[in-house]
Design a protein around this ligand. Structure first.
Ligand code: HEC
Ligand code: HEC
Ligand code: HEC
Ligand code: HEC
Ligand code: HEC
Ligand code: HEC
Ligand code: HEC
Ligand code: HEC
Length: 499
């Protein structure tokens, strides 16, 4: 025990040395007394967390130093940061003891009120712009948008429930919480709820820890114990929170992979992705601002969707946004058709003409009152295209965009054909309308928009052509229509012979 403590103190001193001569070249980067105390135990209690933190900018730069950088080079967006925080590097205590009064997961941990989760609201102490923008991103609402929507809840039920068979028919049970947490909610985010406090024996004697349902989880729309939404570490993995990680496409691949949302696969086989894979090692992923042509020669997901990009002269091409929809005129993830982007990131408020919580009706009418105007779409298109135009000329970009617009139309039309076949099955009572996702012909219909039309649209937007043709693309769209028609005929003849 004694040797553990001595070891801890030595490690803590070592931490301090590293901190003082950190890679960011800081002259003197002091660690607060509170953090020093955490390090004393944690360099043995959770040693890899401490080492990881030591590699972060947080461990070497004080908010005061960060605030002193020229505007374009700033990595903190706060205009001022309170005195008790600004003079020390951002250590364990600076994050895990912020806003303790708002955190339902706050516990007294070695005589100090400490919380396990560190939420967007905590980060906003020093990064308010990113946190405010993120609140307006669909991602922050990813949990709410699923769970608060009756159609999507039906879909979760049909996918995650367990199916049993008794002689003639199958029955599906409601999905259990653990299954939900490791399927849909792994990406969309769980609800963290403190359920109790548990005492546990540790190297430092008996200590108390919170118990939380829905934990662990790093989903983009997680509901946090301080009532904020989301988890910044879904893209900025702890405890380095590096910009480099967020700028590389691997980060997004965790969730955007498909077959419903294949952006990463598509990007990987695009020319842009091919250039990234070949030349990644020669690019600079740490520079702020990020200079097109100099730091990188082809875009990653971040370049087109998030980054502050300048041209080699230092002129701003696009401002950084954590809102992301800023650059998206369309919602191409069709539910069930593509449509103008929703005005609010909370999509549960949308009602289509039939009173259903969907941005389009099943026969293709957009719920226009809830969607952005043509003017706003043009503005967002220009913001996205400004990024393209640092590397391409106008004709190249326009030619690409015209094909993309055309693909929105052709894929929507193919979804309408599938829907007409389904309507026919419903009209003839060959399938039940009450649950949209339970019968085989409905599952085929779902694949038409969720897999094939979405894949084709995303492939068109982000130039991974194979995913718009033979790999979940146009081939399958047309094949599936034939399969649906055959199933309709089969259901008709089965009904006749049943009589
Ligand atoms: C006396 C030693 C000691 C001190 C001082 C200490 N911790 Fe801990 N802490 C521990 C131990 C032991 C654990 C349990 C690790 C495990 O579960 O393996 C722990 C766990 C944690 C956890 C995870 C809790 C959970 O429920 O999983 C967090 C977060 C944490 N500490 C933060 C801090 C912060 C921040 C400080 C400083 C303000 C601090 N600790 C100071 C010993 C200490
Ligand atoms: C920039 C803010 C920040 C700093 C600095 C920070 N943490 Fe964390 N820490 C987080 C976030 C975010 C999480 C993820 C918690 C969640 O799920 O919200 C986390 C999680 C943890 C956990 C639980 C992780 C697990 O896998 O069980 C421990 C333990 C912990 N931190 C300890 C520390 C220690 C020790 C330090 C100092 C060396 C530290 N933290 C510094 C933000 C921070
Ligand atoms: C007390 C202030 C403070 C808090 C709280 C804080 N940060 Fe930071 N953050 C900083 C400072 C200071 C830097 C370094 C700025 C610099 O180098 O100019 C930084 C840098 C960053 C960077 C850039 C890293 C890089 O590689 O360029 C990211 C990303 C980041 N923070 C995310 C977060 C997240 C996520 C949280 C919450 C979990 C958080 N920060 C909490 C002050 C803070
Ligand atoms: C691997 C991560 C991941 C999992 C698991 C996941 N999703 Fe998603 N989901 C996404 C992504 C990414 C998007 C956004 C796609 C886009 O905008 O192109 C999304 C968007 C959605 C939307 C659109 C919500 C809206 O109103 O904007 C629905 C509905 C949806 N998913 C349903 C589900 C259901 C149901 C499940 C579980 C059966 C599920 N998802 C599981 C990643 C995931
Ligand atoms: C942990 C999972 C996860 C990660 C990691 C992730 N996303 Fe998402 N993303 C989602 C989900 C889920 C949605 C859909 C939310 C909804 O529709 O309710 C989404 C939606 C989006 C949207 C639509 C946003 C809007 O407001 O219209 C964009 C653009 C996006 N993601 C880009 C990215 C990029 C770029 C990265 C990597 C830097 C990334 N995502 C990383 C899960 C994730
Ligand atoms: C969907 C992925 C994603 C999520 C979630 C996310 N970020 Fe980011 N973040 C990025 C990307 C990509 C960049 C790089 C932007 C650039 O190149 O200008 C970035 C950059 C940053 C920077 C600038 C760092 C610098 O060096 O200038 C900060 C600070 C930051 N994020 C904070 C946050 C905070 C706080 C949250 C939570 C509210 C958050 N991020 C959530 C993707 C994400
Ligand atoms: C060359 C620029 C570019 C790159 C690189 C890029 N995207 Fe896109 N992305 C676009 C365009 C253009 C659209 C379609 C615009 C719209 O939806 O209005 C789009 C649409 C999306 C959407 C759909 C949002 C919706 O409306 O449904 C998501 C999600 C997305 N991209 C994620 C990613 C991810 C993840 C990566 C990296 C693996 C990536 N993008 C790489 C340009 C790009
Ligand atoms: C950082 C520079 C950069 C940015 C930003 C960029 N591109 Fe590219 N793009 C390239 C390069 C380089 C190539 C490869 C040209 C070649 O084939 O040699 C390329 C290739 C392409 C291709 C050809 C794909 C193929 O399979 O041949 C299209 C289409 C394209 N870009 C469209 C866009 C659009 C649209 C945007 C913005 C949404 C964009 N690019 C943003 C650098 C960029």
């Amino acid at each position: 025990m004694r040797s553990t403590i001595i070891h801890s103190i030595v490690s803590a001193l070592l931490v301090f040395c590293v901190v003082s001569h950190g890679p960011a070249g800081s002259i003197e980067a002091p660690v607060s007394d509170a953090t020093q105390e955490c390090l004393t135990c944690h360099s043995t209690a959770t040693p890899a967390i401490v080492e990881d933190w030591k590699k972060s900018r947080h461990s070497v730069v004080t908010p005061l130093q960060a605030l002193g950088r020229p505007e374009l080079h700033r990595r903190v967006s706060a205009s001022n940061i309170s005195n008790h925080l600004s003079g020390y590097v951002v250590g364990c205590a600076e994050c895990h003891t912020l806003n303790v009064e708002n955190h339902k997961d706050t516990l007294v941990h070695n005589e100090k009120k400490t919380h396990l989760t560190v939420t967007p609201r905590d980060c906003s102490t020093c990064h308010p712009a990113e946190a405010e923008q993120y609140e307006k991103n669909l991602m922050a609402f990813a949990h709410v948008n699923l769970v608060g929507n009756s159609v999507y809840s039906q879909m979760m039920h049909s996918i995650n429930g367990s199916v049993t068979f008794d002689d003639r028919k199958t029955t599906i049970s409601a999905p259990d919480e653990k299954t939900q947490a490791e399927s849909c909610l792994a990406c969309h985010g769980t609800k963290l709820q403190v359920t109790g406090v548990k005492k546990r024996e540790t190297d430092y004697g008996e200590m108390e820890f919170v118990e939380m349902s829905g934990y662990p989880n790093q989903g983009v729309g997680r509901l946090n114990p301080d009532d904020s939404k989301g988890s910044c570490s879904s893209c900025h993995g702890r405890h380095q929170f590096s910009i480099q990680m967020a700028r590389k496409p691997y980060t997004c691949s965790q969730c955007h992979k498909g077959p419903d949302v294949p952006a990463y696969k598509i990007y990987s086989v695009s020319k842009h992705g091919a250039m990234f894979s070949s030349m990644e090692k020669e690019w600079n992923f740490n520079n702020v601002p990020w200079v097109a042509g100099k730091d990188f020669t082809a875009p990653t997901c971040a370049t087109c969707h998030v980054s502050l990009v300048t041209d080699p002269e230092g002129k701003i091409v696009s401002k950084r946004t954590h809102q992301m929809a800023d650059r998206l005129p369309w919602r191409i993830f069709g539910l069930i058709y593509s449509h103008a982007h929703p005005k609010s990131p909370d999509t549960t408020i949308i009602k289509n003409k039939d009173g259903v919580q969907l941005p389009t009706s099943l026969d293709g009418q957009p719920a226009a009152g809830f969607l952005i105007s043509k003017q706003e779409q043009d503005l967002r298109k220009d913001t996205m295209q400004a990024v393209c135009l640092t590397c391409h000329s106008q004709g190249w970009v326009k030619g690409h965009w015209d094909r993309f617009q055309n693909t929105l139309q052709t894929t929507d039309s193919s979804v309408l054909t599938a829907t007409r076949i389904l309507f026919r099955a419903w009209d003839e009572k060959l399938a039940g309308k009450d649950d949209l996702f339970d019968e085989a012909i409905e599952k085929q219909w779902t694949e038409q928009w969720l897999f094939f039309a979405n894949s084709t649209r995303i492939a068109s937007a982000m130039m991974g052509n194979d995913y718009g043709v033979f790999d979940n693309g146009r081939w399958y769209m047309n094949k599936n229509l034939q399969d649906m028609l055959d199933r309709l005929f089969f259901l008709r003849s089965a009904k006749k012979s049943d009589r």
